[in-house]
Structure formats: C-alpha cells, structure tokens
Design a protein around this ligand. Sequence first.
Ligand SMILES: *Cc1c(COP(=O)(O)O)cnc(C)c1O
Length: 395
Amino acid sequence: MRVMKLPIYLDNHATTRVDPRVAEAMFPYFVEHYGNPASKQHEFGWTAEAAVETARSQVASLIGADKGEIIFTSGATESINLALKGVAETLGTTKNHLITARTEHKAVLDTCKRLEQYDFQVTYLPVDRDGTLAPDDVEAALNERTALVSLMLANNEIGTIAPVEEIGAICRHRGVIFHTDAAQAVGKILVDVDALQVDLLSMSAHKMFGPKGIGALYIRSQRPWLELMPQIDGGGHEKGLRSGTLNVPAIVGFGKASEIAHKELEGEGERVARLRDMLVEGIMAELDGVHLNGHPTKRLPNNANLTFDGVNADRLMMDMKDIAVSSGSACSSESPEPSHVLQAIGLSVDAVLSSLRFGLGRFTTAEEIAYAVTRVVQTVKAIREKSSRYYVMNS
Ligand SMILES: *Cc1c(COP(=O)(O)O)cnc(C)c1O
C-alpha cells in the first residue's frame, strides 16, 4: 500500500503541482528543441514556432476562442495589467471611468489604484454576504465615460462564481469593454468566452497544473474598436502586444495543461467537489461554530473557506503543519493583512483572522481528506480547550 506523504497540499488556489504529463511534454523544449520561434530561417526556429502554435490552439479551445485571439504573457497578473492599462491608455482621453469589485485579486485592485493616479475614476462595487455581485449594480454604475468593466469569474479566496454572463450581456448592450479575471476558473469549471460575452479574459497556467510564469490574455477579435496599448515594447512579438522572446517550454506546458483540463475537467470537477463536501461535512459533523464562507452552491468545486469561531487561524496552521492551507490573514498577497475579500462579505476582523482556505486539486485523495478532517477537528478542539481553560483561570 502506498504510504500517504506529509505534508498534505491543500493550497491549490495559491498554485498547483505541475501535472507530470505537462512536465514531460515540456522537457524536450529545454534540451532538444531549444530554438527561438522568432528565428524564421532555420529548422530550430520552425520547430519552436510550430510548438507554440499548437499550444495556442490548445489554450484557445479550452475557453472556446480562436487561436488568433490568444496572447501569451508571463501570467494572469501581466494579462490583467495589459487588459486594464492597455484599454485605459487607448480610450483614456475620452473615457476615464472603470468599474470593478471590492473582492477582486490584488492584480486588479492594485492596477486600478495605479490608474487612479493617472486621473482614472474607479467604482469598487460591493458584494453580498455570499460574495456575489448584483448585475443591476454594474448597470447602475455605468456612465458615458466608462471605458471598461473588470470582474472576476471565480474568487480565489471564497470560490464564489460571479454572474458573468449577465454582466457580459449588460456590457455588450452598452458598448463597454468587459474583462474577466478567470485565473481560478479556467480548467476548473467550463469557461466559454462567447457564452460569457467577455471581450478580454486573463488566465494563468500555474493555477491549472501547468508551469509558473506563463499565462494568456484572450482578446476578442470581432471588436475592431477594442485596441490595447502594449505595456512591453521590443521585437514586436505576439502581434506587437507583448514583446520578448517566447518562453517556449512554458508555453508548451500551458498548452498541454489546457488539453488535459479540456478532456478531464468534468469528471475531475465532480470528484473534487465530492472530496470538498467530505471535508466540510466531516469537519462540521465534529465541531460546532464552523461557518462556510462564499456562495453555498455557486462556487468552485475545489474551494472551502471556513471560519472557526474562537480559533486564531494562524495558530491553527502552526499547530497542524502537516496540512498546507492558507489563512484569512495572508490569502492573497505577500504582505499579511486581514483579507479584503472576507471583510467585503461582512466578516469582522476577528472572524477573518479565524478563517482558513482549503484548496483541493487534481492530486488530492480521499485518504488525504480523511486525514485532514481528523487533524483539523483535533487541533481546533485542543486550541478551544486551552483557551477556555485560560478563560476559567483568568475569570
Ligand atoms: C493567481 C491569481 C492571479 C495572478 O496570477 P499569476 O499568474 O500568478 O500572476 C490573478 N487573479 C486571480 C484570481 C488569481 O487567483
């Protein structure tokens, strides 16, 4: 029998393990097919270019796009910067208003803050207790100066899936460009750019069992007025929108990861959701004072964000180092501060600091979940017992 390896990785929103099939596909592009796809005059260049174009098709078909609509970047952060700043710079003279939400990833929020320094006005829409944004609020916030609406498809902390189709329809109707940060959604749930009616979509390979440092921006082609100002100038790669020699092995890996996700997404989603339910139900059956954050049903199959009343989440993590999760104090950034997402859904700072995010993935097993349930229950009980003893002693 295979022995379960510790620690157990349940932090798949932060990053994922590279699927061994992906790593295997990448390897020849380091040591054998190492040409530069921009070298048009020899076999090395042609081989690399063909591999990049295959990957472009694989990424495109995962989201229902054409391969000509995919621009490779270094990841979702760069894609988001290109989308937001790229639109702001082309439309900025006449339109200087953006709409986004309070629960967005820092890649969006910090880019918006930067644009505010350049006289852009940004509306940060609120969300409800489940983390859901009302399409009517988007409609109401639109004005004649609105250049772009940017709203995430699935939240990286609480897993809530946004009503993006409805918002897409509103934006389309009003002639406003619509960008979605789909870094957590692509490869986990079905994503189709036409069904969602998005014009721009950001994605990242390392959130879907591909390598780090590679991502893409989808740019709808039937929008002649949708022009982006490049943010990186140089040799004119990627239609001049993102110069710099292409990271061929990473692109090949991203393509392979997309192909695998396309084939396996449905079955995997169901399996992972079952494990997630096992985790949540297992913990709640043994412990009182545990709350699930985010939408009860419209959520990513791999996400569970739980608040444990009276338990400091950082302490909880320290006491169960064999389970890799992340806490409400540091979910989304390098700098630990109480999660803006959990605060936006109405949690008190105390509740935020008592919250843990569990992120399951392709390689999560039922055995690992059973172990995690036992450890969480045990550790929470121990912490609560100590603090109540402390309470009795001091009262
Ligand atoms: C991870 C993530 C990003 C940033 O992606 P990188 O590829 O790491 O730059 C942006 N948005 C969301 C929702 C994410 O989860």
